[in-house]
Design a protein around this ligand. Structure first.
Ligand SMILES: Nc1nc2c(ncn2[C@@H]2O[C@H](COP(=O)(O)OP(=O)(O)O)[C@@H](O)[C@H]2O)c(=O)[nH]1
Ligand SMILES: Nc1nc2c(ncn2[C@@H]2O[C@H](COP(=O)(O)OP(=O)(O)O)[C@@H](O)[C@H]2O)c(=O)[nH]1
Lengths: 321, 321
């Protein structure tokens, strides 16, 4: 089973922590059996080779990480000269992927997390979504090629099954970059937006922020991933699915640190002078709902919608061009 | 006594809340006797007139707020066309000022807070500091003109006495825009950087973040406001001054809401499911230190350094050009 998650976040929103929290493992540590690859669009064949061998030299990949990058520089060099700080002035979005084996409910899951360091981090972030969209498209293309071969017995599915988009917890509204990215991605990937580091918001602030975000996304015509209802679903199941969907965007907290909570129990959380935020406590944040949505309940649905709807749309658009 | 504070922050970092917390008054509410003016550089004469009359029509100024703006558009319209969202793509930094009377220690203080809505909020924030630097310079120019008049008996001091710079609490490092702005402003204003919404950070994260920020600022040659030592200061005073300075950037929390804390006492704070952050509790955040630094202990020092050092440098540079 493959699960390929695209994780889009500006630096500092707790992305690495959240991924490790979701899978209960430090997936960015190669000693845990992870392959770290700098998978810019040129390298996709290299990933495929590594998947077959599963023996990429960790030294070599660790060297490559962070040095290879796809710059979406607009060629607007006049910006650079006014500033002397050309590297950080223009968007410099890199695509990095980490693959590892996760055990989920006794099943081995081959997880790949595709990260986008540099997104939203520059002074000028114009078109910073382009390398990311390119990455998603190239994974569709790779699948298209594989489908067209004579021997199709085993096709590696490297397509993105879900996009986790990290929203900064300003408590006001989505920023222009957030909206632009969501509009670019939602018809190519199952989009699951989350409010990052939501322990900065009170319960009322979370409610009002969620309402504003939902309204902005609706007005922009952005579709979020919604698990389908099945004919044989009972009322309870349908109700649960809808309740989960209505919690979007999930307001989450991530932590792999263990702390002792008010009841003396050791839990994952963050310790402040005024109290302990518990990751797995549904009264403290939506982490458990995100985990159910993305990892536990709807893996099949995420993959099916990718294959039957998102990939098919891409394919027919490409073939009719 | 005039105190003019320049408040530079991207939207959503709690700027309005913090200002109201510092002065224990909703200064943005005109019913509290505030003058709200959209003081772009063209309007500085208008402010002066209003100060004299103190009767600007509140309806008119409320209308003007948010409609007048100084765009630091680089004329790079090719960005706009690729995006269809031209307003938010380019920097659109407005200068707004709010003036009000504050009573501090039995003394009436004429406070002016100059805000910079739009700073850091666009997809492309190149040169978004320019309208702000222009504002600071034009206030120096206004003072220069007043000094050159024949009748100099009363000079209104509209120069910026302190710049409060809001750092996003990512816990990683200063962003390129932060560094660029600090480099542009520190030789024109007393710079006091703060980590906004610091209740998102644990105590260890605050310590390590402060160390990184301090290092980055030092390496960039940025000077922060440091109260001087006086000959007659005793050891204790010198020690306290240095301790305050060493807490920079202050990691603050703002709130005008009253909540009941663990001891049943009514305090200003934020109420979370896992506990209450208290604004005025030095164990919870640096608010009381910021308040001492900016409002209680060093008003004279802030004004003196502005007059004797920052303004003098500006004046001699201008006159030697
Ligand atoms: N308040 C808060 N801090 C978090 C959370 N998750 C991570 N952090 C902290 O944020 C900082 C950056 O986290 P990291 O995962 O490295 O962020 P990344 O740059 O997005 O990968 C670290 O100090 C984390 O401990 C969260 O849910 N809430
Ligand atoms: N966690 C946290 N939230 C804050 C703090 N100060 C303000 N807020 C909240 O952040 C949101 C935006 O505050 P506001 O003052 O309007 O921000 P501004 O856009 O920078 O003026 C509001 O929901 C505030 O209650 C703080 O110190 N910590």
């Amino acid at each position: 089973f493959n699960l390929n998650i695209l994780c889009v976040s500006q630096t500092g929103l707790g992305k690495s922590t959240l991924i490790n929290t979701l899978f209960n493992k430090n997936i960015y540590n190669e000693e845990n059996g992870s392959n770290i690859v700098n998978s810019t669009t040129d390298n996709l064949d290299k990933i495929k080779l590594e998947d077959d061998n599963n023996t990429i030299s960790n030294e070599e990949s660790a060297e490559n990480t962070n040095t290879d990058n796809v710059s979406s520089n607009n060629g607007n060099n006049k910006h650079n000269s006014s500033n002397g700080n050309s590297e950080s002035n223009q968007p410099n979005v890199r695509i990095e992927s980490v693959s590892t084996i996760i055990e989920e409910n006794g099943v081995n899951l081959r997880l790949t997390v595709v990260d986008t360091p540099g997104f939203g981090d520059s002074i000028d972030n114009t078109n910073s979504w382009e390398p990311i969209i390119k990455e998603v498209d190239s994974r569709f293309d790779q699948y298209l090629d594989a489908e067209n071969r004579i021997n199709r017995s085993v096709i590696e599915d490297n397509r993105i099954h879900a996009c986790l988009y990290f929203i900064e917890p300003t408590a006001h509204f989505l920023k222009p970059l957030d909206l632009e990215f969501c509009k670019q991605i939602h018809e190519k990937c199952n989009l699951i937006p989350i409010i990052a580091k939501s322990d900065i918001l009170t319960e009322e602030e979370i409610d009002s922020f969620k309402r504003k975000i939902t309204k902005q996304l609706q007005e922009a015509g952005v579709k979020l991933f919604k698990p389908p209802h099945y004919e044989l679903d009972d009322k309870e199941t349908i109700k649960l699915t809808d309740e989960l969907y209505n919690k979007l965007p999930f307001a989450v907290v991530g932590s792999t640190d263990l702390v002792v909570n008010g009841e003396g129990k050791q839990v994952r959380g963050r310790s402040y002078p005024w109290g302990i935020v518990e990751v797995d406590n549904a009264n403290h944040n939506d982490f458990v709902y995100l985990r159910d949505y993305l990892v536990r309940q709807y893996l099949e649905e995420l993959r099916e919608r990718t294959n039957n709807e998102l990939y098919e749309n891409y394919r027919s658009e490409k073939l009719t061009k």
